[in-house]
Write a protein that binds this ligand. Structure first.
Ligand code: G3P
Length: 223
């Protein structure tokens, strides 16, 4: 399962990208607004693109098909490798269909059910983004819905890739991998939590202490 970072924070993206285990970035209007409300969206997106180079999903804010297509055209003019993030609404499906006809990659977002996912796939989505945390917020087991979708994808051999999004903690990352999601897009803080283990820190400290002890003994022996 590939890991993307779900943020618009340049410092976090720079650090995550430097560690070598991230292959893409997803953003949305809320993530962009959280960083700096006065940010120039085009400039920020291009900065992110330069930093990561891999997958970058950029979300449209129009809610009608024509508006979404116009925005997609503009985003593609910034950098042609962009994946256009489209909300899972009827007009979004029509926009997805048209973009797929033009071979422009799309990421259908705000997907909460397998029937929505099916519709997005059939409209030609390249990626389908399942929101885990927000499903759990309303006491609907996200892991079960994601497992169900992944099973349907396997049965039918669908080509669109499933992204587990709205990840809130490392257990969501494990759930996504177990369900068979192709990608999990993970907030920076959760990515860093995934790397930490107290036994790693304690083990490293013990190795360093033992090495230093050995060096001190050697020094003593050599006078
Ligand atoms: O990519 C969008 C999604 O990950 C949002 O997450 O935490 O706002 O539900 P959240």
């Amino acid at each position: 399962m590939e890991l993307y970072v779900d943020t618009a924070n340049i410092g976090h993206i720079r650090h995550a990208a430097s560690l070598g285990f991230i292959s893409g970035v997803t953003t949305n209007p809320s993530l962009l607004a959280k960083e700096d409300p006065s940010v120039d969206v085009k400039q920020r997106i291009l900065e992110i693109h330069e930093l990561v180079g891999g997958h970058l999903s950029v979300e449209v804010i129009s809610t009608d098909t024509k508006g979404m297509l116009n925005e997609a055209e503009e985003i593609i003019s910034w950098f042609p490798q962009a994946t256009i993030k489209i909300p899972m609404i009827p007009d979004g499906l029509a926009a997805t269909k048209e973009l797929s006809r033009q071979n422009i990659p799309t990421n259908v977002t705000l997907v909460f059910s397998t029937t929505q996912a099916l519709a997005a796939n059939n409209a030609g989505a390249s990626y389908v983004s399942f929101f885990m945390g927000r499903l759990d917020d309303i006491a609907s087991g996200s892991a079960q819905v994601l497992e169900e979708a992944c099973e349907i994808w396997d049965i039918h051999g669908f080509e669109s890739l499933i992204i587990a999004a709205s990840i809130r903690h490392p257990a969501h990352v494990v759930d996504s991998a177990l369900a068979g999601a192709d990608i999990a897009t993970v907030p920076y803080k959760v990515l860093m939590q995934c790397l930490k283990h107290p036994l790693t820190d304690a083990g490293l400290q013990a190795f360093l202490d033992d090495y230093n002890k050995m060096q001190a003994e050697k020094k003593k022996l050599n006078g």
